[in-house]
Design a protein around this ligand. Structure first.
Ligand code: NI
Length: 221
């Protein structure tokens, strides 16, 4: 099958698979990640087919929804690409990146090694930042039944993936445990530039949130 058909078929497959998602990992998330990943990849001279396939397939079976199993995603992606008769080195590269692309805790080092992986990881992380990132935190929190805010629960810097996945926290803590760390974890120069403003906006948002809950912005009647 030629490259255009592989992309087209994969797009249809992913759209169908993520239909009705209300966890913040819907088709629009995939589209944004694909657009940003391709933008970064072009600047980095990365292989655009691999980048586009990873962006499309990276959330079809995320560990967050598969009992913490981070091999479910690459396995499903591999089976799909084999069905399309994609080249084996493309399949291996795509699956290798999908296994490593997601955030696994503040103290857990990412194993992304290729330009293609770096482009998609940056794009996926950009979508967890800024106005969209803020919306997605609360959407995911609602889905998971995670509290919005509890000043008694302090943020935790997770040192292992097991620790990160089993941790019970709050939506606001998620900013400190992940989202505010992303700017400095960007792999590419383009990603870093794009992350700046989104990071600043989240800081501003948190400042306002904490002022509001702290009562400083209460209206005086
Ligand atoms: Ni994603």
């Amino acid at each position: 099958m030629d490259k255009t058909s592989i992309i087209q078929k994969t797009e249809e497959y992913v759209k169908e698979k993520l239909k009705g998602d209300h966890t913040g990992h819907d088709w629009q998330h995939i589209k944004r990640v694909r657009d940003n990943a391709l933008h970064i990849a072009k600047r980095e001279n990365a292989d655009l087919l691999v980048v586009e396939l990873v962006a499309l397939l990276h959330d079809i079976a995320d560990w967050k929804f598969h009992g913490g199993d981070d091999s479910a995603g690459p396995k499903l992606a591999g089976e799909w690409l084999e069905l399309l008769n994609a080249e084996s080195d493309v399949i291996n590269h795509v699956c290798g990146i999908i296994k490593e692309v997601s955030f696994k805790g503040a103290g857990v080092k990412s194993n992304i090694k290729t330009k293609e992986g770096m482009a998609v990881q940056d794009a996926d992380r950009l979508d967890a930042m800024g106005a969209v990132g803020i919306a997605r935190v609360f959407m995911y929190g609602g889905y998971k039944g995670i509290e919005m805010h509890d000043p008694e629960i302090k943020p935790k810097m997770h040192e292992s993936f097991d620790d990160y996945k089993s941790s019970k926290s709050t939506c606001i803590n998620h900013f400190y445990e992940k989202l505010l760390l992303l700017k400095d974890l960007m792999n590419t120069e383009t990603g870093r530039e794009m992350a700046e403003e989104r990071h600043r906006f989240m800081e501003e948002y948190l400042k306002r949130f904490l002022e509001d809950v702290g009562g400083k912005n209460k209206k005086v009647h």
